[in-house]
Design a binder for this molecule. Structure first.
Ligand SMILES: Nc1ncnc2c1ncn2[C@@H]1O[C@H](COP(=O)(O)OP(=O)(O)OP(=O)(O)O)[C@@H](O)[C@H]1O
Length: 432
């Protein structure tokens, strides 16, 4: 049964929606405040979210942005906006919402959209992973074998290293599936969380622990139960929090903010980073003791350009997936395409390959793919480098102007905070 999180402050509308959705066979949880809704979404698993943009305490947009910053997989979200807030709706679609409806709501249209989303085999799910193999290269086969061994030692922390987009989260999910598929997998991106929120997000808080903490909240360590807690971009964790994290990892116990009793932490910690943690330790930006603690077991995923077997294997899979979803669009990877795939450097690794193939399949005609990869010609490379230098300079100027305030900079540049963060990572524009 499709599980929906409904966040609507209007009592009459909320009740009417709840009644109708239950009648239509959905399993619905209703929250009347933004904060209540956010807590519920962070703590429970939902298939869809139906979210009012205008809420009294925390706007639907802020809620959605917070969720996207702190979670790698956000359920497909459908927004309800008032007349006149179409601008918000457009902004939300850019941020990643799947759709929106304007008030007064047409119940038939709403149910139709919810049904389509709940049945859609293509509902966006960034966490999706291949069912069987991680790759066919010797390096990935070895990682598969290592994961099977690591799964038998469920309390030892694991560190997964590799460039952005190589599949660190995919590997973490694979370990979870081998180790404890029924237990939770909770993923948190340390770099994308605002510094003021990260402590509460990790360790939770008691009611009244600070202004605005209206109720007790479980942190991600608790939410992960006896499953896996995946801390992505661990190298970006603020230094001040690293000692607290170390204590939790060492003692396998934590105390919520404002609390006194210690709670057991059975979850396995899996950390990931695209950075050179040893260099961060040398620069004084990462605690040495935490470094040794989290990397007891280390997996290094090589960049895609170093495993050409996987380039073809993955490309074939993405084409096959397209044909499965759109049987009348029968695309085929040709010899020419293969040559171009092999020549390309794949700075964005598997993520880049996936996007390139999706685009090539959608824009292709008949069996041919419309593969749009930059040619390695010097002129084009020069042009690309020029464009990137311009983009980097604009972002750096924006960040400097706002004192490295990411939200403000993203707004001024007209991009999402997540896109800004990804570009900062790509261009080495670290937070100060
Ligand atoms: N072995 C694989 N098979 C199929 N798809 C993969 C594989 N590895 C990665 N992908 C896909 O590539 C994309 C990036 O993967 P993932 O998010 O795991 O990378 P990452 O290294 O954690 O990236 P980042 O450092 O940016 O967080 C995802 O869409 C994922 O599904």
């Amino acid at each position: 049964m499709t599980r929906i999180c409904l966040i609507e402050d209007d009592a009459i509308m909320g009740e009417a929606l709840l009644e109708r959705l239950i009648l239509e066979g959905f399993d619905v949880e209703w929250q009347r405040t933004g904060r209540g809704g956010l807590e519920m979404l962070l703590a429970q698993r939902f298939d869809l979210v139906l979210l009012d943009v205008s809420l009294p305490d925390l706007s639907g947009i802020d809620l959605f942005e917070h969720l996207r910053r702190s979670r790698t997989a956000v359920p497909p979200t459908l927004f309800i906006t008032g007349y006149g807030s179409i601008e918000d709706a457009v902004k939300l679609l850019k941020l990643g919402a799947v759709d929106y409806l304007t008030k007064p709501l047409d119940p038939g249209e709403l149910i139709g959209k919810l049904r389509a989303l709940s049945q859609s085999p293509v509902a966006p799910d960034p966490s999706r992973e291949p069912e069987d193999r991680l790759g066919i290269s010797p390096a990935m086969s070895q990682i598969e074998a290592e994961l099977a061994r690591l799964a038998r030692h469920p309390h030892t922390p694991v560190l997964i290293c590799g460039e952005s987009g190589v599949g660190k989260e995919v590997v973490a999910r694979r370990l979870h599936r081998l180790q404890c598929p029924q237990a939770p997998f909770v993923a948190v991106n340390c770099a994308a969380l605002p510094e003021g929120l990260i402590e509460a997000e990790l360790f939770g808080h008691e009611r009244g622990a600070y202004t605005g903490a209206e109720r007790r909240r479980a942190g991600v360590f608790e939410q992960a139960g006896d499953g896996v807690l995946f801390l992505d971009e661990i190298g970006d964790m603020p230094l001040a929090l690293q000692s607290r994290l170390l204590r939790v990892v060492q003692s396998r116990q934590l105390t919520r903010i404002g609390g006194s009793g210690a709670l057991e932490v059975p979850a396995r910690l899996v950390c990931a980073t695209h950075r050179d943690l040893a260099a961060l330790v040398r620069a004084g930006a990462f605690r040495e003791d935490l470094y040794y603690r989290v990397r007891v077991l280390e997996i290094r995923i090589p960049p895609l350009r170093e495993r050409p077997e996987d380039v073809f294997w993955l490309a074939e899979r993405y084409v096959a997936e397209h044909v499965r979803r759109f049987p009348d669009e029968c695309r085929v990877l040709g010899a020419n395409d293969r040559e171009r795939l092999l020549k390309h450097h794949w700075p964005g690794n598997v993520r880049e390959l996936q996007h390139a193939l999706e685009r090539a399949c959608i824009l292709g005609r008949g069996p041919s793919l419309a593969l749009d990869l930059p040619d390695a010609s010097a002129a084009e490379q020069g042009l690309k480098a020029h464009a990137q230098a311009g983009e980097r300079a604009a972002i750096l100027a924006g960040l400097t102007d706002t004192g490295f305030n990411m939200t403000l900079t993203a707004e001024r540049l007209g991009i999402s905070r997540k896109t800004l963060w990804q570009k900062m990572k790509r261009y080495g524009l670290e937070r100060r």
